[in-house]
Design a protein. Structure first.
Length: 398
């Protein structure tokens, strides 16, 4: 698959940002080099039902973040290089574990500018090179360890008409490219339109319409998706409540597959207590999300209606010690599978961080992941634990 050249639109947008601020020296830069070193153990690296491979991982991840701010513009660029070295049991099916050692990384751009009192423009771009299968799709239950690259480029615009009304639009080009193995490359071109209405200072409603084309370079059928939804958001003290419902329809270029359609819905609660407005991190946070939607990447025409429940929370016990945890359940009800496959995924994780000195943090994370499936050889259990040391130092000027 040929990769799109994103540099021209990003450079054009950067020029527009510069033009929106009359004096460049009104801004400030914040530069933050950072590095993480971790040692991890995973009991079932390939997430197989039989012949689990126990693997140890040494990961070194240096990177840098640059933030530029003015009265009307904020640009954040972050890049991290990731080196993963594996050691452990070899597998008859997958060969030597050390052969999976790799260099990857991630990079992101997030820029917004208040061009006029009513017009706001922005652009986001996210690039990732990894073997972690969880980034393939928002509702991914993939288990493969092939190396792949993802990139999502999203320009957006919002116009405030005043009198409580606003309209937003965005375009997203997403690419999934496998660097090795037999995975199918995939591209997605998506357009979205949002109409906002603020009922009062704490309550907002918005209508959203999305249409996108999913294209594969292999045997899987290309498809066209439409989705419409209505959402309401309520702000109450430290909490934001969001509820939404809609309907999707997906038709396939291959005439052998019927159109699949159904409802989408979500219920979300987010709470944050920053202690004071100057705090950059919340002193405590909690989140609950219940979502029902369809996955987008379905190699082998594997599409499922995902019903997901996710609970997360965290608390800072003081300036040095913090803890957070997450519990997730997802049911994946396959739509085109002739065996009426259904998967139940369970994930539990907990993390503790302690700041030894300013900018230097040590952490310990552990968790459990399990999938029960109707399909043969698709069930598995996996236990993981990781110790981490992280350092970051920011400097800037006003």
């Amino acid at each position: 698959m040929e990769r799109r050249d994103f540099y021209q639109p990003i450079l054009a947008f950067a020029a527009l940002l510069a033009a929106s601020d009359s004096l460049a020296d009104q801004g400030r830069f914040i530069v933050t080099p950072h590095i993480d070193v971790s040692v991890a153990h995973e009991s079932n690296f390939f997430r197989t039902e039989n012949n689990a491979a126990s693997v140890n991982t040494l990961a070194i991840s240096p990177g840098i973040q640059v933030i530029y701010k003015t009265a009307k513009t904020k640009v954040t660029v972050d890049g991290t290089l990731e080196r993963h070295d594996y050691d452990g049991d070899s597998s008859q099916s997958y060969g030597s574990i050390s052969d999976y050692s790799y260099t990857g990384g991630k990079a992101s751009l997030d820029a917004t500018s208040q061009v006029t009192d009513r017009l706001t423009i922005g652009v986001k771009d996210g690039l990732r090179v990894t073997r972690d299968p969880e980034y393939i799709d928002d509702y991914s239950n993939e288990v493969g360890r092939e190396k792949y690259t993802t990139n999502a480029f999203t320009p957006n615009i919002y116009y405030d008409f005043g009198n409580k009304f606003g309209v937003g639009a965005r375009y997203q080009n997403s690419l999934l490219t496998y660097n090795e193995g037999d995975g199918e490359d995939y591209s997605e071109n998506r357009g979205a339109l949002d109409v906002f209405y603020n009922l009062n200072r704490s309550t907002a409603a918005y209508f959203e319409y999305q249409i996108w084309k999913g294209t594969y370079d292999g045997a899987s059928s290309d498809y066209l998706s439409n989705e419409v939804s209505m959402n309401v958001s309520e702000q109450f003290n430290y909490f934001t409540f969001t509820a939404g419902a809609g309907y999707y329809s997906r038709s396939f270029d291959d005439n052998g597959y019927d159109t699949i359609s159904g409802p989408t819905w979500k219920l979300m609660i987010d709470g944050k207590d920053r202690g004071s407005e100057e705090d950059t991190k919340p002193r405590s946070f909690v989140g609950l999300a219940v979502v029902h939607d369809l996955n987008n990447y379905g190699s082998g025409n594997s599409y499922y209606a995902a019903t997901r429940l996710e609970l997360k929370g965290g608390y800072m016990f003081g300036p040095k010690l913090s803890a957070q945890g997450m519990a997730l359940y997802q049911n994946s009800d396959y739509q085109l599978n002739p065996d009426d496959r259904s998967d139940d995924l369970y994930v539990l994780s907990a993390q503790i961080d302690y700041k030894i000195i300013d900018k230097l943090t040590i952490g310990l994370e552990g968790g459990y992941r399990s999938q029960n499936s109707d399909a043969a050889y698709q069930s598995y259990n996996d236990i993981f634990i990781m110790a981490r040391v992280g350092y970051s130092y920011d400097f800037g000027h006003e």
